[in-house]
Design a protein. Structure first.
Length: 122
């Protein structure tokens, strides 16, 4: 959704991981309306969240404390979120470590080397 009272950078400045900040502050939808219910004048323009939305951020500056900046890229923010969701699900069989096994000591003829005190041997 585009907010006609701001530039592209206001929204893109919120790009972070994890995506904590809303893309548009709720104060951008509070105001006077006409008879058709259309917003005609914003009334919460002095609210802290609204003012923060219009500040200029330097590159690599996160919008929210304790988040990592995605440097104005909402696509990177979404991709990191989707990847995190995917990797947290059951992804059995995708990692090489799942196929590792303990080394089996072998004799030169290919038979398993058995220790004399091995309780597994009959």
């Amino acid at each position: 959704m585009d907010l006609n009272t701001s530039s592209c950078m206001s929204c893109h400045a919120t790009a972070e991981f994890p995506q904590v900040a809303p893309l548009v502050p709720k104060e951008a939808f509070i105001g006077d309306t006409n008879a058709m219910g259309q917003l005609t004048k914003l009334t919460e323009t002095q609210a802290e969240a609204f003012r923060k939305y219009f500040q200029n951020l330097r590159c690599a500056t996160p919008y929210t404390d304790n988040a990592t900046s995605c440097d104005f890229s909402l696509q990177v923010s979404l991709a990191l979120g989707y990847f995190t969701e995917w990797k947290d699900e059951d992804v059995a069989g995708y990692w090489t470590s799942e196929y590792e096994r303990l080394p089996v000591m072998m004799n030169r003829d290919g038979s398993p080397k058995v220790e004399p005190n091995d309780p597994q041997q009959p």
